[in-house]
Design a protein around this ligand. Sequence first.
Ligand SMILES: *Cc1c(COP(=O)(O)O)cnc(C)c1O
Length: 376
Amino acid sequence: MSALEQAAALPLPTADEVAGLWEHRPNPAPASPEQREEIFGSLSFGVDFTDHMAHAVYEEGSGWQSKTIEPYGPLTLDPAAAVFHYGQEIFEGLKAYRHDDGSIWTFRPGYNAHRLNASARRLAIPELPVEDFLASIVGLVRADEEWVPSIPGSSLYLRPFIVATEPFLGVRAARRLDYLCIASPSGPYFVNGFQPISIWVSPDYHRAGPGGTGAAKCGGNYASSLVPKLEAHGEGFDEVCFLDAATNTNIDELGGMNVFVVYEDGSVSTPALTGNILEGGTRGVILQILRDRGVTVREETIPLTSLVADIESGRAAEVFACGTAAVVTPIGRIAGEGFDVSIGGGDVTKSIYDQVTAIQLGHEPDPYGWTYRVSA
Ligand SMILES: *Cc1c(COP(=O)(O)O)cnc(C)c1O
């Protein structure tokens, strides 16, 4: 088990225990039920935001302070704020779901809390206590309860992040930073059914290299993925797939999703955690579920040439990507310079999607303790 999985398995305080820890300053002008209904009528991803946000400030010497759930709105920042110049920033992504009985739940918030801190350590950012992370999530979701949609496949997407806000142009770790968590109601990822995506393997670009920040969830990795993503779109593909920077031969991951291969013999492979790829929470959940099904799973090096040969020979039966936004998305075509292969079938992919979403939505028992009740 990875260090992150071990940390994520530690017990968490209950929502009631942390609910009041962050001061609540209610929005004096929240959206009306009609405005909310209108937003719910055309949900997409990351465009609409709720009435509140969680906010805390770190100052060297005094630690994290002024922890509040406050009205959502623009920040006033000094143009010299370090994040604008050197990109000292990390983020997380998780969802709150409404169960059929109206209760609201998140999924493995402890994992996200510990991963935020793992990213923090790599970016010279002060860690946020796990209890504060939880208190910010619980406080925000409770304040914006009505914003958790109940439309099938929808959820309230939560985006916690930390930015360096000290006004200072010298290059060093900032001594003032802000933590925020914003929330965005989001619609079903698969609007047209469980459609496979096509991926373009970037021949020249990498998102991260050895010793770099590939294992941290930081904005910089995404900034470097935008040009290759444009390139993929230009070639007519949905997403870009990156190879490892050291040898330019092995599958790393997509810009924001991990990759799995299902073989004809029933076994499953995913790239090993080399330090260049981001350790996805969904990746961990899928590994656990497959192991408990008795499937042989390997975390290993997957050379691109082997993957292409295995798809051509039929030895590889399914390829899919995974992450919080989509949970699981089948990959139907993989191409790059000099190759272009299609892959069909998706029974295992679909069964994983069904099982994970059933646990998240409370339709199936949760023997792992992954779901976390935020409010009744
Ligand atoms: C967030 C992210 C993932 C997926 O992580 P989840 O915890 O499963 O959402 C995969 N790759 C990258 C680069 C990411 O930033």
